[in-house]
Design a protein around this ligand. Structure first.
Ligand SMILES: Nc1ncnc2c1ncn2[C@@H]1O[C@H](COP(=O)(O)OP(=O)(O)OP(=O)(O)O)[C@@H](O)[C@H]1O
Ligand SMILES: [Mg+2]
Length: 555
């Protein structure tokens, strides 16, 4: 498990020293103010009061300066930390981009990660910094107090313990739970809402609009209720803290009066002690949100580490013992958040230059297997190797250049046909491949709308093929490349492909061309049912031979 490193730099320690100094200055300033009030009540000469006032002003001035430097150093330290975390996170992400980005939609992942890093800014400022400063300050104050008035020191010690440690600690678990519930119900609500927004016309067509709308409202209500519950709890928490500080101040007042009556305490210090207590609480209470921020930042850290680690767990694999171009050995694959593996016990070898067909019923895992071969996902167990190296460990950028891939759903851009061919090539070459795929009637400068909606499904598929024909990659992985084509165009494309010396792996539902493949992998429910050459499979009289037999009967 890889952990993110949170570094505490020099600035952080400096900000703590200055912070403690600043708080002590504030305490001193208020103690002196209390002393001055008592003195003036007792009729001290004006010049003595003037000296006190000037000293208090001086304290105020020092306090302002410490505030400035405390902020400067603590913020600088925070931004340095965030910068380092961002660099570390992206350094981790870059080598594993295809895996991670296929699991999350890329924009979601980036938004999530940016928010998570952003939330980490509270780590120093709100999680580590406040308790250290408040504990150090309270400790110094108690030490001074004990020398001066031991009982007052004890009262401060106990009351600070209750308000700053005990109550926040007891509340933090509940607060964390409530915050998680709010986050969860917010995600549920947002997901439902966008589902509703995107599916408006479908819902209307199937008369489900009102039902779905009610579901969205229900989620919204749930979210608002959770939010309300959290707010209520936070208000109670705030009330508890204020109550405990008020009780402490009252205790201190009673203690002082009692001591004055007994002649233990000089009345002139009464106001000072009270001022110190009030100031200490005033500074400490806002810092007691540590527990909440801690929970929040911990969740963010966990999210970031989860993404980083996902890839690291995958890059362990086993060792490769095959000279084949591709080798799968006891391969198992499970999509995230799924209970059952989508692929299991997968074993095969694909030699360089072989033409391989992957067939099987819908949902049997053909696309998933092809995606693994493309390096878009990594295996959970077992081995998948390419050129005697684990596919998860090879340089993905170089690999992408070596393969020609066509997915079940391809992307097209708003722009000309030429731009959609996605390559710098001579017009002649482009026209040549367009003609190969029977698209010579398309002009290179013809404008395509978003997702090429202004050409037909079959034309889009042939355009995808034209793109690939312009590349020089020698490994082809095609997911139902002729699914939208008529028989004539299909034959043209298959003929063209199967005449190549390249390695070709095609997922297909079409049994017609199977005889022309060197190797056929038959999948069913995530497993390989049978594999071999066409002749071998026919001889074995297994699944494929049966399917072909029934098809022939139908014809
Ligand atoms: N992104 C995904 N997340 C979770 N499960 C998935 C995902 N993609 C596919 N599956 C599940 O994995 C199984 C295999 O899907 P796959 O797309 O590989 O099937 P297929 O053989 O290509 O089917 P088809 O012939 O319909 O294209 C299915 O049960 C599907 O529900
Ligand atoms: Mg598929």
């Amino acid at each position: 498990m890889k952990k993110l490193t949170i570094k505490f730099d020099k600035d952080f320690y400096l900000s703590i020293i200055i912070g403690v100094f600043g708080m002590l200055t504030a305490l001193g300033m208020f103690a002196l103010s209390g002393y001055m009030i008592s003195k003036s009540a007792l009729g001290t000469p004006l010049y003595a009061l003037m000296i006190l006032i000037v000293t208090i002003k001086l304290f105020g001035f020092v306090r302002a300066i410490t505030r400035y430097f405390e902020r400067l150093y603590s913020h600088r330290s925070t931004f340095t930390m965030l910068r380092d975390i961002r660099v570390e996170l992206f350094n981790h992400l870059i080598p594993i981009v295809p895996n991670v980005f296929r699991r999350y939609r890329s924009s979601d992942l980036l938004t999530q990660m940016v928010n998570n890093v952003e939330r980490l800014q509270n780590i120093l400022l709100r999680v580590y910094y406040p308790p250290i400063v408040i504990i150090l300050t309270t400790f110094i104050t108690i030490l001074v107090m004990i020398n001066f008035n031991i009982y007052a020191g004890i009262v401060i010690g106990i009351s600070m313990f209750i308000s700053v440690i005990l109550i926040p600690y007891l509340s933090s678990k509940r607060a964390n739970l409530l915050a998680m519930q709010v986050q969860q119900s917010e995600e549920d609500y947002v997901a439902e809402y966008f589902d509703f927004e995107n599916g408006r016309s479908e819902l209307k067509r199937f008369q489900q609009f009102v039902n779905f709308k009610e579901k969205v409202f229900k989620k919204q209500n749930q979210y608002e209720q959770k939010k309300y519950k959290e707010q209520k709890f936070l208000s109670t928490y705030d009330f508890m803290l204020n109550l405990s500080s008020m009780v402490s101040i009252w205790c201190m007042t009673i203690l002082c009066i009692w001591q004055i009556q007994d002649g233990v305490l000089n009345a002139v210090f009464f106001a000072s002690i009270l001022m110190i207590t009030i100031t200490l609480f005033e500074q400490a209470i806002p810092m007691t949100n540590v527990a909440f921020y801690k929970a929040d930042t911990e969740r963010s850290l966990q999210n970031i580490e989860e993404v980083i680690n996902q890839s690291f767990d995958e890059i362990n694999g086993g060792s490769v013992h095959s000279d084949a171009l591709y080798n799968a050995k006891n391969l198992t694959f499970k999509y995230d958040f799924q209970e059952r593996p989508t692929l299991k016990n997968i074993n095969f070898e694909i030699e360089k230059g072989q033409h391989v067909a992957i067939i099987g019923p819908s949902g049997s895992g053909k696309t998933t297997l092809l995606n693994l071969l493309m390096g878009l996902y990594s295996v959970n167990e077992g081995v998948l190797s390419y050129n005697k190296e684990l596919l998860s460990q090879i340089d993905k950028e170089a690999y992408v250049d070596e393969i020609n891939t066509m997915l079940q759903h391809n992307h097209y851009f708003e722009g000309t046909v030429r731009e959609n061919l996605l390559i710098e090539a001579k017009d002649e070459e482009m026209k040549q491949v367009l003609s190969t795929v029977n698209l010579s009637y398309l002009d290179l400068d013809q404008q395509l709308t978003k997702n090429a909606e202004n050409i037909s499904g079959g034309e889009r598929q042939r355009l995808s093929m034209a793109r690939l024909l312009l590349r020089s990659a020698q490994i082809w992985m095609l997911d139902e490349p002729t699914a939208s084509l008529d028989e004539h165009n299909e034959e043209n494309i298959m003929h063209h492909l199967l005449n190549k010396d390249d390695t070709i792996i095609i997922v297909t539902h079409n049994l017609k061309y199977l005889q022309s493949f060197d190797h056929i992998i038959v999948m069913n429910e995530g497993e390989i049912l049978e594999q071999g050459s066409y002749a071998q499979l026919m001889k074995d009289k297994g699944y494929l031979s049966e399917v072909i037999y029934y098809n022939e009967q139908l014809v």
